[in-house]
Design a protein around this ligand. Structure first.
Ligand SMILES: Nc1nc2c(c(=O)[nH]1)N[C@H]1C(S)=C(S)[C@@H](COP(=O)(O)OP(=O)(O)OC[C@H]3O[C@@H](n4cnc5c(=O)[nH]c(N)nc54)[C@H](O)[C@@H]3O)O[C@H]1N2
Ligand SMILES: Nc1nc2c(c(=O)[nH]1)N[C@H]1C(S)=C(S)[C@@H](COP(=O)(O)OP(=O)(O)OC[C@H]3O[C@@H](n4cnc5c(=O)[nH]c(N)nc54)[C@H](O)[C@@H]3O)O[C@H]1N2
Ligand code: SF4
Ligand SMILES: [Mo]
Length: 580
């Protein structure tokens, strides 16, 4: 039998029951440093018991306490924070049913990729693009705002020997390993896409058969002067010509990174970039994330066909709402919000001051679990049954546990808490395998027997809508903080294997201790000089998000968000640097 890695990662590697990566396309028998270390990590830093206020306790006492705290509150003050720490349908999605039956507040799941999904859907109705099987059909690639060599190793493996061009705001590792790279000013990718399309129109290199309204697009594109585009992007005309020539002569696959959606003007950038392939008549000419085009009914899994949250809180605003006292109870699983949410120091302060009751269900002692009023042990993905999808390939995988279970599964916990709360709704108690069958359209018996099946990708056939066109683009101000993936960690995970590093900020000027400051907060960090970084770019690995005093770096992020998918603007501007 098999299992797939459930971490937030493009690759969703499938392993055999000895935890060896399958030697089939696109995994090709290898995995990353995390996949290799999973068996060793599985016994380290685990939450080994139920803890109440840091002291070992029993599940019954914990559930009584949680139920009492829930009953005390208005449902609008109760929020569940769950993200992609485990991408299993049973671990991540299904347990949200309890909270939706309760009518608690829900996050909007916007932290990572929603901005790009929504921006692409404006034009294509769905955000699905190239599948792994499509990658080898291209002989060239444009890697736009993605640190692919670290974040997407099997994608990189398929393209590493082909012609590649990277567009980034700094000389990333992917840029270094590409045939060419272009360094643009942060927040200016929308202008670059406009510049490229302008050249394509001017040279009559367009094929208008796929788009619905080319004349309106032309008019919009020509409302931008070349000087404006050059000034915004920092690229001169010859560079923009080169990119247009590459699109025309080589017809590359454009890989659009998630980081763009977390940046200034990010939604507009992704929206316009996704139009370029269509404008030259390329179908499926981009890859962003395919999860919304595989026919999985995530709403059904979360019970949203029958119940709705009382309100939706943007992930950009959770910290702010905690500070304002609008959220007083937080139930966390599959997420480490102290590490990952903007203004997360407000969560820490509210727990310490007794203004927020925090429950965390996690296999590991995450930074958030460590400060929780109640910490509950969860099994890892190697220890429980689940069904896993990918946002790149279209395998649906039945995870058969290969190690004994430690802790309570998310489904067990949800139902035990429902019993305490005297909730009998059949949405909570529907057989989870029936629900999986309904939500995926897959025969579950066949899935369990075979281990994995392929989902049918669904591509909309309509013409590509050129509208809406972005109106005003923002001009970034001052220094910009830019985050990116580290090869040995997935977000906050794997510190027990590869160690922790606090608050290192790479920049073009300073060396030594100092501060980053915005109107939202201030953190004490270690500056390191990197001559390759453009002035004004502050680069941080997104796995080391605590400062020298243990305060979240996200204390300095605000609640600004993207206009299409509400993704927090994590790569934010107006960051002041202060040398100590
Ligand atoms: N090893 C590893 N793999 C991972 C993860 C991990 O933590 N570690 N995380 C997973 C997750 S959750 C995600 S979301 C993906 C993220 O994977 P990617 O989409 O690759 O995103 P990032 O690594 O955040 O950053 C990609 C690049 O975008 C650049 N960038 C930032 N702002 C801009 C801009 O305005 N314009 C342009 N052109 N470039 C910009 C950054 O400099 C960086 O080099 O990776 C997944 N894979
Ligand atoms: N400053 C800054 N902030 C960022 C980013 C950035 O680049 N810079 N990136 C953003 C992005 S792209 C993302 S996706 C988010 C990621 O933010 P998070 O979702 O907080 O990321 P992870 O570190 O993957 O945390 C997931 C947690 O899930 C737990 N977990 C793993 N498996 C299971 C399981 O089976 N059951 C349960 N119950 N828990 C499990 C892990 O142990 C871990 O504690 O962070 C965002 N925040
Ligand atoms: S983190 Fe990504 S590359 Fe590594 S084992 Fe998991 S799915 Fe594969
Ligand atoms: Mo992400």
């Amino acid at each position: 039998m098999v299992h797939a890695c459930t971490r937030d990662c493009y690759d969703t590697c499938i392993f055999d029951d000895n935890h060896k990566p399958l030697d089939i396309f696109p995994f090709n028998g290898f995995t990353c440093s995390r996949g290799i270390a999973d068996l060793k990590r599985n016994s380290l830093n685990r939450i080994d018991n139920v803890y109440i206020e840091g002291k070992p306790s029993s599940i019954d006492k914990a559930l009584d306490l949680i139920a009492k705290e829930i009953r005390k509150r208005k449902k609008e003050e109760i929020i569940h924070v769950d993200y992609d720490g485990n991408q299993g349908l049973l671990t991540w999605y299904f347990p949200a049913r309890l909270w939706n039956v309760l009518g608690a507040a829900s996050i909007d799941y916007s932290i990572c990729s929603s901005e790009g999904h929504e921006a692409i859907k404006l034009h294509y109705r769905n955000s699905i693009g190239a599948l792994p099987e499509d990658f080898p059909k291209y002989d060239s690639f444009i890697i736009w705002g993605s640190e692919l060599v670290f974040s997407f190793i099997h994608g990189w493996n398929l393209i590493k020997d082909k012609y590649k061009v990277t567009i980034d705001v700094r000389v990333s590792e992917t840029a270094k390993r590409s045939d060419k790279y272009y360094i643009v000013k942060p927040g200016s990718d929308a202008y670059l896409a406009i510049g490229i399309m302008k050249r394509l129109f001017e040279r009559n290199w367009v094929d208008l058969s796929l788009v619905d309204n080319p004349e309106e697009l032309r008019e919009y594109i020509f409302s931008f002067e070349d000087e404006e585009i050059e000034e915004a992007t920092g690229l001169d005309s010859s560079k923009i010509n080169e990119l247009a020539e590459m699109y025309h002569y080589r017809r590359p696959l454009t890989i659009i990174g998630f980081a763009l959606g977390r940046s200034i003007n990010g939604g507009d950038a992704i929206s316009l970039i996704s139009l370029i392939p269509a404008l030259i008549g390329m179908k499926k000419g981009f890859f962003y994330a395919n999860s919304h085009g595989l026919g999985i009914d995530f709403r059904y899994l979360r019970g949203l066909h029958k119940h709705s949250p009382s309100r939706i809180v943007g992930m950009a605003e959770v910290g702010k709402e905690v500070e304002e006292g609008k959220i007083t109870f937080m139930f966390v699983w599959n997420s480490n919000p102290l590490h990952s949410l903007p203004m997360s120091d407000r969560i820490y302060e509210a727990v310490k001051e007794g203004r927020l009751f925090l429950v965390v269900h996690d296999p590991y002692w995450s930074e958030t679990a460590k400060i929780a009023n109640v910490a509950l042990p969860a099994p890892t993905y190697l220890e429980k049954e689940d069904v896993v999808y990918s946002y790149w390939h279209n395998y649906l995988v039945y995870n058969k546990p290969m190690l004994p279970k430690r802790g309570l599964t998310e489904v067990e916990l949800m139902r035990m808490l429902a019993v305490k709360l005297e909730i009998t709704d059949d949405v909570v108690f529907e057989d989870e395998w029936l629900a999986i069958g309904k939500a995926t359209g897959v025969n579950v018996t066949e899935l369990k027997t075979k281990g994995f099946v392929k989902l049918l990708p669904r591509y909309p056939e309509d013409k590509v809508r050129v509208k809406p066109f972005p109106d005003k683009l923002k001009k970034p101000n001052g220094n910009i903080i830019v985050f990116s993936s580290h090869p040995n960690y997935t977000n906050s995970q794997f510190k027990e294997i590869y160690g922790d590093r606090k608050g290192i900020v790479y920049n073009s000027e300073f060396e030594g201790i100092g501060y980053l400051s915005t109107k939202y907060g201030k953190v004490r960090v270690m500056f390191k000089r990197d001559a390759s970084l453009p002035r004004g770019i502050l680069f941080v690995h997104k796995s080391f998000l605590f400062d020298l005093d243990g305060k979240p770096i996200n204390s300095i992020l605000g609640f600004g968000k993207g206009k299409y998918g509400n993704t927090p603007i994590i790569n934010t501007d107006s960051v002041e640097t202060i040398k100590a």
